[in-house]
Design a protein around this ligand. Structure first.
Ligand code: NAP
Length: 346
Protein backbone atom coordinates (compact mmCIF):
# COMPACT_ATOMS: atom_id res chain seq x y z
CA UNK A 1 0.00 0.00 0.00
CA UNK A 2 1.80 3.01 1.11
CA UNK A 3 -0.96 4.11 -1.26
CA UNK A 4 1.71 6.38 -2.60
CA UNK A 5 -0.80 8.27 -4.67
CA UNK A 6 -2.94 9.26 -1.71
CA UNK A 7 -0.73 8.97 1.35
CA UNK A 8 -1.65 11.32 4.17
CA UNK A 9 1.62 11.49 6.11
CA UNK A 10 1.84 14.63 8.17
CA UNK A 11 -1.49 16.11 7.03
CA UNK A 12 -4.84 16.09 8.74
CA UNK A 13 -6.88 13.18 7.38
CA UNK A 14 -10.56 13.86 6.86
CA UNK A 15 -13.17 15.80 8.75
CA UNK A 16 -14.41 13.54 11.54
CA UNK A 17 -11.81 10.84 10.99
CA UNK A 18 -10.16 11.65 14.33
CA UNK A 19 -6.83 10.11 13.44
CA UNK A 20 -4.72 12.57 15.35
CA UNK A 21 -2.27 15.21 14.22
CA UNK A 22 0.38 13.13 12.56
CA UNK A 23 -1.80 10.71 10.57
CA UNK A 24 0.88 8.08 10.39
CA UNK A 25 0.46 4.41 11.11
CA UNK A 26 2.48 1.28 11.78
CA UNK A 27 2.62 -1.13 8.88
CA UNK A 28 4.54 -4.18 7.68
CA UNK A 29 6.29 -2.87 4.58
CA UNK A 30 8.29 -4.52 1.81
CA UNK A 31 10.29 -2.56 -0.74
CA UNK A 32 11.31 -5.60 -2.78
CA UNK A 33 10.23 -9.17 -3.38
CA UNK A 34 11.91 -11.79 -1.23
CA UNK A 35 11.69 -14.06 1.81
CA UNK A 36 9.85 -12.94 4.96
CA UNK A 37 12.96 -11.05 6.11
CA UNK A 38 12.17 -8.35 3.49
CA UNK A 39 9.29 -7.24 5.71
CA UNK A 40 10.04 -4.37 8.04
CA UNK A 41 7.82 -2.60 10.53
CA UNK A 42 7.63 1.05 9.42
CA UNK A 43 5.70 4.23 10.07
CA UNK A 44 3.96 5.36 6.91
CA UNK A 45 1.19 7.77 6.05
CA UNK A 46 -2.41 6.79 6.65
CA UNK A 47 -4.00 6.36 3.20
CA UNK A 48 -6.97 8.48 2.22
CA UNK A 49 -10.11 6.68 1.05
CA UNK A 50 -10.90 7.41 -2.57
CA UNK A 51 -14.26 7.36 -4.29
CA UNK A 52 -16.17 4.24 -3.26
CA UNK A 53 -13.55 3.35 -0.65
CA UNK A 54 -13.62 3.00 3.10
CA UNK A 55 -10.77 3.61 5.52
CA UNK A 56 -10.74 0.70 7.96
CA UNK A 57 -8.94 0.80 11.29
CA UNK A 58 -7.64 -2.75 11.17
CA UNK A 59 -8.09 -4.89 14.29
CA UNK A 60 -7.03 -8.21 12.76
CA UNK A 61 -5.73 -9.42 9.40
CA UNK A 62 -5.19 -13.01 8.31
CA UNK A 63 -2.46 -14.29 6.01
CA UNK A 64 -2.63 -17.20 3.57
CA UNK A 65 -0.36 -18.91 1.01
CA UNK A 66 -1.35 -16.37 -1.68
CA UNK A 67 0.08 -13.57 0.49
CA UNK A 68 3.30 -15.57 0.72
CA UNK A 69 3.51 -15.92 -3.08
CA UNK A 70 2.93 -12.18 -3.56
CA UNK A 71 5.54 -11.29 -0.90
CA UNK A 72 8.21 -13.49 -2.50
CA UNK A 73 7.21 -12.61 -6.06
CA UNK A 74 7.28 -16.34 -6.83
CA UNK A 75 6.07 -17.93 -8.95
CA UNK A 76 7.36 -15.08 -11.13
CA UNK A 77 4.03 -15.12 -12.91
CA UNK A 78 2.49 -13.21 -9.97
CA UNK A 79 4.67 -10.21 -10.84
CA UNK A 80 2.59 -9.63 -13.97
CA UNK A 81 -0.22 -8.61 -11.64
CA UNK A 82 1.61 -7.30 -8.57
CA UNK A 83 4.53 -5.41 -10.16
CA UNK A 84 7.35 -6.63 -12.39
CA UNK A 85 10.44 -5.26 -10.60
CA UNK A 86 9.07 -4.58 -7.15
CA UNK A 87 5.73 -4.99 -5.41
CA UNK A 88 3.23 -2.35 -6.51
CA UNK A 89 1.71 -2.32 -3.04
CA UNK A 90 4.30 -2.06 -0.29
CA UNK A 91 2.01 -3.44 2.43
CA UNK A 92 1.22 -7.17 2.09
CA UNK A 93 -1.97 -8.95 3.13
CA UNK A 94 -5.58 -8.92 1.97
CA UNK A 95 -8.07 -10.23 4.50
CA UNK A 96 -8.98 -7.97 7.38
CA UNK A 97 -11.52 -7.04 10.03
CA UNK A 98 -11.85 -3.74 11.84
CA UNK A 99 -13.83 -0.56 12.32
CA UNK A 100 -14.78 1.98 9.65
CA UNK A 101 -12.71 5.11 10.41
CA UNK A 102 -13.80 7.23 7.45
CA UNK A 103 -15.60 6.84 4.15
CA UNK A 104 -14.75 8.23 0.73
CA UNK A 105 -17.11 9.85 -1.76
CA UNK A 106 -20.13 7.88 -2.93
CA UNK A 107 -20.08 5.44 0.00
CA UNK A 108 -23.58 5.20 1.39
CA UNK A 109 -23.64 1.62 2.69
CA UNK A 110 -21.18 2.00 5.57
CA UNK A 111 -20.65 4.57 8.30
CA UNK A 112 -17.74 5.40 10.64
CA UNK A 113 -17.83 3.17 13.72
CA UNK A 114 -19.27 0.09 11.96
CA UNK A 115 -17.46 -3.20 12.44
CA UNK A 116 -16.61 -4.74 9.06
CA UNK A 117 -14.62 -7.55 7.48
CA UNK A 118 -13.58 -8.27 3.93
CA UNK A 119 -10.65 -8.13 1.54
CA UNK A 120 -8.36 -5.28 0.66
CA UNK A 121 -6.70 -4.93 -2.72
CA UNK A 122 -3.86 -2.74 -1.51
CA UNK A 123 -2.50 -4.29 1.70
CA UNK A 124 -3.95 -5.26 5.08
CA UNK A 125 -0.96 -5.59 7.42
CA UNK A 126 -1.22 -2.00 8.63
CA UNK A 127 -3.14 -0.14 11.29
CA UNK A 128 -5.33 1.40 8.58
CA UNK A 129 -6.30 0.15 5.13
CA UNK A 130 -8.34 1.62 2.29
CA UNK A 131 -10.81 -0.93 1.01
CA UNK A 132 -13.50 -0.69 -1.69
CA UNK A 133 -16.83 -0.54 0.17
CA UNK A 134 -18.16 -3.38 -1.99
CA UNK A 135 -15.47 -5.68 -0.49
CA UNK A 136 -16.77 -5.23 3.06
CA UNK A 137 -19.69 -6.63 5.05
CA UNK A 138 -20.69 -6.19 8.70
CA UNK A 139 -19.00 -8.46 11.25
CA UNK A 140 -21.60 -10.95 12.57
CA UNK A 141 -22.49 -10.29 16.21
CA UNK A 142 -21.16 -13.66 17.37
CA UNK A 143 -17.73 -13.21 15.82
CA UNK A 144 -14.50 -11.66 17.14
CA UNK A 145 -12.31 -9.56 14.84
CA UNK A 146 -9.77 -12.40 14.80
CA UNK A 147 -12.38 -14.92 13.65
CA UNK A 148 -13.84 -12.51 11.09
CA UNK A 149 -10.42 -11.70 9.61
CA UNK A 150 -9.80 -15.43 9.14
CA UNK A 151 -12.76 -15.82 6.80
CA UNK A 152 -12.63 -13.93 3.48
CA UNK A 153 -10.26 -15.52 0.95
CA UNK A 154 -10.07 -19.06 2.37
CA UNK A 155 -13.78 -19.46 3.07
CA UNK A 156 -14.83 -17.84 -0.22
CA UNK A 157 -12.47 -20.22 -2.05
CA UNK A 158 -14.01 -23.22 -0.28
CA UNK A 159 -17.55 -21.97 -0.90
CA UNK A 160 -16.98 -21.21 -4.58
CA UNK A 161 -15.19 -24.52 -5.19
CA UNK A 162 -17.89 -26.65 -3.60
CA UNK A 163 -21.08 -24.76 -4.40
CA UNK A 164 -20.41 -22.98 -7.69
CA UNK A 165 -17.75 -25.09 -9.41
CA UNK A 166 -18.65 -28.59 -8.16
CA UNK A 167 -22.33 -27.88 -7.45
CA UNK A 168 -22.27 -30.20 -4.43
CA UNK A 169 -25.69 -31.69 -3.68
CA UNK A 170 -27.03 -33.43 -0.57
CA UNK A 171 -25.95 -37.05 -0.33
CA UNK A 172 -22.92 -36.70 -2.59
CA UNK A 173 -19.57 -37.99 -1.40
CA UNK A 174 -16.94 -35.26 -1.16
CA UNK A 175 -13.24 -35.79 -0.40
CA UNK A 176 -11.14 -32.83 0.71
CA UNK A 177 -7.33 -32.95 0.91
CA UNK A 178 -5.54 -30.45 3.12
CA UNK A 179 -8.64 -30.66 5.30
CA UNK A 180 -6.71 -29.19 8.22
CA UNK A 181 -5.55 -26.07 6.35
CA UNK A 182 -7.01 -22.62 5.79
CA UNK A 183 -9.20 -23.58 2.82
CA UNK A 184 -9.75 -27.19 3.89
CA UNK A 185 -10.99 -26.39 7.41
CA UNK A 186 -13.73 -24.21 5.88
CA UNK A 187 -14.37 -26.68 3.05
CA UNK A 188 -15.10 -29.58 5.40
CA UNK A 189 -17.71 -27.49 7.24
CA UNK A 190 -19.26 -26.05 4.07
CA UNK A 191 -19.48 -29.45 2.35
CA UNK A 192 -21.20 -30.77 5.45
CA UNK A 193 -23.60 -27.80 5.44
CA UNK A 194 -24.41 -28.57 1.77
CA UNK A 195 -25.50 -32.04 2.88
CA UNK A 196 -22.56 -34.04 1.55
CA UNK A 197 -20.92 -37.08 3.09
CA UNK A 198 -17.48 -35.66 3.79
CA UNK A 199 -14.08 -37.34 3.90
CA UNK A 200 -11.16 -35.22 5.08
CA UNK A 201 -7.54 -36.10 4.33
CA UNK A 202 -4.95 -34.86 6.82
CA UNK A 203 -1.91 -35.87 8.88
CA UNK A 204 -2.08 -37.84 12.15
CA UNK A 205 -1.90 -34.77 14.40
CA UNK A 206 -4.94 -33.24 12.66
CA UNK A 207 -7.30 -36.23 12.64
CA UNK A 208 -9.24 -35.08 15.72
CA UNK A 209 -9.46 -31.51 14.42
CA UNK A 210 -10.88 -32.59 11.05
CA UNK A 211 -13.35 -34.93 12.70
CA UNK A 212 -14.45 -32.10 15.03
CA UNK A 213 -15.18 -29.96 11.94
CA UNK A 214 -17.83 -32.47 10.91
CA UNK A 215 -16.01 -34.86 8.57
CA UNK A 216 -17.84 -38.20 8.42
CA UNK A 217 -14.60 -39.98 7.60
CA UNK A 218 -10.98 -38.97 8.08
CA UNK A 219 -8.04 -40.44 6.16
CA UNK A 220 -4.59 -40.03 7.70
CA UNK A 221 -2.37 -39.57 4.64
CA UNK A 222 0.71 -40.77 6.54
CA UNK A 223 -0.92 -44.20 6.78
CA UNK A 224 -3.39 -44.49 3.91
CA UNK A 225 -3.26 -43.33 0.30
CA UNK A 226 -6.81 -42.23 -0.54
CA UNK A 227 -6.25 -42.95 -4.23
CA UNK A 228 -5.72 -46.66 -3.46
CA UNK A 229 -8.58 -47.50 -1.10
CA UNK A 230 -11.00 -48.44 -3.91
CA UNK A 231 -13.54 -45.92 -2.60
CA UNK A 232 -14.87 -43.48 -5.23
CA UNK A 233 -16.01 -39.90 -4.60
CA UNK A 234 -18.43 -37.65 -6.48
CA UNK A 235 -16.32 -34.58 -5.76
CA UNK A 236 -12.65 -34.19 -4.80
CA UNK A 237 -11.34 -30.81 -3.70
CA UNK A 238 -7.58 -31.31 -3.86
CA UNK A 239 -5.98 -28.46 -1.91
CA UNK A 240 -2.58 -30.15 -1.80
CA UNK A 241 -2.06 -31.98 -5.11
CA UNK A 242 0.48 -34.30 -3.53
CA UNK A 243 -0.49 -36.99 -6.06
CA UNK A 244 -0.70 -36.87 -9.83
CA UNK A 245 -3.96 -36.08 -11.61
CA UNK A 246 -3.97 -39.63 -12.92
CA UNK A 247 -3.77 -41.09 -9.42
CA UNK A 248 -6.42 -38.75 -7.96
CA UNK A 249 -8.81 -39.49 -10.84
CA UNK A 250 -8.76 -43.15 -9.79
CA UNK A 251 -10.64 -42.10 -6.65
CA UNK A 252 -13.28 -40.18 -8.66
CA UNK A 253 -16.56 -41.63 -9.95
CA UNK A 254 -16.91 -41.92 -13.74
CA UNK A 255 -18.74 -38.59 -13.92
CA UNK A 256 -17.26 -37.04 -10.80
CA UNK A 257 -15.73 -33.57 -10.39
CA UNK A 258 -12.11 -32.93 -9.42
CA UNK A 259 -10.99 -29.45 -8.42
CA UNK A 260 -7.18 -29.24 -8.36
CA UNK A 261 -6.69 -26.26 -6.05
CA UNK A 262 -3.08 -26.03 -4.94
CA UNK A 263 -1.33 -22.77 -5.75
CA UNK A 264 2.08 -24.34 -5.18
CA UNK A 265 4.35 -25.31 -8.06
CA UNK A 266 7.42 -24.31 -10.05
CA UNK A 267 9.35 -21.06 -9.67
CA UNK A 268 8.19 -19.50 -12.91
CA UNK A 269 4.64 -20.63 -13.54
CA UNK A 270 3.52 -22.15 -10.22
CA UNK A 271 0.52 -24.43 -10.75
CA UNK A 272 -0.02 -23.34 -14.38
CA UNK A 273 1.36 -26.56 -15.90
CA UNK A 274 -1.02 -28.68 -13.83
CA UNK A 275 -3.93 -26.38 -14.67
CA UNK A 276 -3.29 -26.69 -18.40
CA UNK A 277 -2.93 -30.46 -18.09
CA UNK A 278 -6.26 -30.72 -16.25
CA UNK A 279 -8.00 -28.58 -18.87
CA UNK A 280 -6.60 -30.65 -21.74
CA UNK A 281 -7.46 -33.96 -20.03
CA UNK A 282 -11.02 -32.72 -19.48
CA UNK A 283 -11.65 -33.08 -23.19
CA UNK A 284 -10.98 -36.81 -23.07
CA UNK A 285 -13.02 -37.93 -20.06
CA UNK A 286 -16.55 -37.75 -18.64
CA UNK A 287 -14.99 -36.71 -15.36
CA UNK A 288 -14.95 -32.95 -14.81
CA UNK A 289 -11.49 -31.58 -14.03
CA UNK A 290 -12.04 -27.98 -13.01
CA UNK A 291 -9.14 -25.90 -11.71
CA UNK A 292 -10.38 -22.41 -10.88
CA UNK A 293 -9.36 -19.02 -9.50
CA UNK A 294 -11.42 -17.81 -6.57
CA UNK A 295 -12.72 -14.27 -6.81
CA UNK A 296 -13.78 -11.90 -4.07
CA UNK A 297 -17.58 -11.67 -4.10
CA UNK A 298 -19.56 -9.65 -1.57
CA UNK A 299 -22.58 -11.93 -1.98
CA UNK A 300 -20.44 -14.95 -1.05
CA UNK A 301 -19.21 -13.15 2.06
CA UNK A 302 -22.83 -12.47 3.00
CA UNK A 303 -23.66 -16.16 2.49
CA UNK A 304 -20.73 -17.04 4.75
CA UNK A 305 -21.95 -14.51 7.30
CA UNK A 306 -25.22 -16.47 7.50
CA UNK A 307 -23.30 -19.72 7.94
CA UNK A 308 -21.17 -18.13 10.67
CA UNK A 309 -24.25 -16.80 12.44
CA UNK A 310 -26.00 -20.18 12.41
CA UNK A 311 -22.86 -21.99 13.54
CA UNK A 312 -22.61 -24.05 10.34
CA UNK A 313 -19.13 -22.61 9.91
CA UNK A 314 -16.65 -21.66 12.64
CA UNK A 315 -13.16 -20.42 11.77
CA UNK A 316 -10.25 -22.49 13.09
CA UNK A 317 -7.52 -20.22 14.40
CA UNK A 318 -4.09 -21.81 14.50
CA UNK A 319 -1.95 -18.91 15.74
CA UNK A 320 -2.12 -15.17 16.19
CA UNK A 321 0.87 -12.87 15.80
CA UNK A 322 1.34 -9.18 16.66
CA UNK A 323 2.04 -6.89 13.70
CA UNK A 324 5.76 -6.63 14.48
CA UNK A 325 6.02 -10.40 13.94
CA UNK A 326 4.53 -10.31 10.42
CA UNK A 327 7.67 -11.97 9.00
CA UNK A 328 7.27 -14.93 11.39
CA UNK A 329 3.59 -15.25 10.47
CA UNK A 330 4.34 -15.37 6.74
CA UNK A 331 7.26 -17.74 7.31
CA UNK A 332 4.90 -20.08 9.14
CA UNK A 333 2.22 -19.88 6.44
CA UNK A 334 4.82 -20.41 3.72
CA UNK A 335 5.92 -23.68 5.34
CA UNK A 336 2.46 -25.10 4.51
CA UNK A 337 1.57 -26.87 7.77
CA UNK A 338 -1.00 -24.54 9.29
CA UNK A 339 -3.95 -25.90 11.23
CA UNK A 340 -6.70 -23.54 10.11
CA UNK A 341 -5.85 -19.87 9.87
CA UNK A 342 -3.02 -17.55 10.93
CA UNK A 343 -4.12 -14.09 12.05
CA UNK A 344 -2.24 -10.88 12.84
CA UNK A 345 -3.62 -8.75 15.66
CA UNK A 346 -3.17 -5.00 16.07
N1 NAP B 1 -7.89 -21.58 -6.54
C1 NAP B 1 -7.73 -20.48 -5.82
O1 NAP B 1 -8.11 -19.39 -6.25
C2 NAP B 1 -7.11 -20.60 -4.45
C3 NAP B 1 -7.47 -19.68 -3.45
C4 NAP B 1 -6.90 -19.83 -2.18
C5 NAP B 1 -5.96 -20.84 -1.95
N2 NAP B 1 -5.61 -21.67 -2.96
C6 NAP B 1 -4.61 -22.71 -2.74
O2 NAP B 1 -5.16 -23.69 -1.90
C7 NAP B 1 -4.11 -24.38 -1.25
C8 NAP B 1 -4.49 -24.60 0.19
O3 NAP B 1 -4.51 -23.35 0.84
P1 NAP B 1 -4.57 -23.29 2.41
O4 NAP B 1 -4.68 -21.87 2.80
O5 NAP B 1 -5.56 -24.25 2.91
O6 NAP B 1 -3.10 -23.86 2.76
P2 NAP B 1 -2.55 -24.19 4.18
O7 NAP B 1 -3.30 -23.39 5.17
O8 NAP B 1 -1.07 -24.08 4.07
O9 NAP B 1 -2.96 -25.70 4.44
C9 NAP B 1 -2.37 -26.78 3.89
C10 NAP B 1 -2.78 -27.97 4.79
O10 NAP B 1 -2.53 -29.17 4.09
C11 NAP B 1 -1.99 -30.13 4.99
N3 NAP B 1 -1.25 -31.10 4.18
C12 NAP B 1 0.04 -31.07 3.78
N4 NAP B 1 0.32 -32.15 3.01
C13 NAP B 1 -0.83 -32.85 2.90
C14 NAP B 1 -1.20 -34.05 2.23
N5 NAP B 1 -0.31 -34.75 1.50
N6 NAP B 1 -2.48 -34.47 2.32
C15 NAP B 1 -3.40 -33.80 3.05
N7 NAP B 1 -3.10 -32.66 3.74
C16 NAP B 1 -1.84 -32.20 3.65
C17 NAP B 1 -1.15 -29.30 5.95
O11 NAP B 1 -1.00 -29.90 7.23
P3 NAP B 1 0.14 -31.01 7.52
O12 NAP B 1 1.39 -30.56 6.81
O13 NAP B 1 0.27 -31.03 9.00
O14 NAP B 1 -0.40 -32.27 6.99
C18 NAP B 1 -2.01 -28.03 6.09
O15 NAP B 1 -2.92 -28.14 7.16
C19 NAP B 1 -2.85 -23.52 -1.41
O16 NAP B 1 -1.95 -24.16 -2.28
C20 NAP B 1 -3.38 -22.24 -2.00
O17 NAP B 1 -2.44 -21.63 -2.85
C21 NAP B 1 -6.17 -21.59 -4.20
Amino acid sequence: MENEQRSNAGAPLMPGANLGETATMRAAVQHRYGPPSVLELSKIGVPLPGRGEVLVQVSAASVHPGDYFVMTGEPYMVRLVYGIRRPRHRVPGMDLAGVVAAVGKNVTTLRPGEKVFGWSTAGALAEYACVPARNLVPVPANLSFVDAAAVPTSAMTALQALRKIANVRPGQTVLITGASGGVGSFAVQIARALGAEVTGVCSTRNVDLVRSLGADHVIDYTRTDFTRTGKLYDVILDNVEAQSLTAVRQALTATGTLIPNSGRGGRWFGPLGRIVKARVLSGFTRQLLLPFMSVGKRQDLLTLTEMLLTGQVTPVIDRTYPLDEAADALRYVGAGHTQGKVVMTF
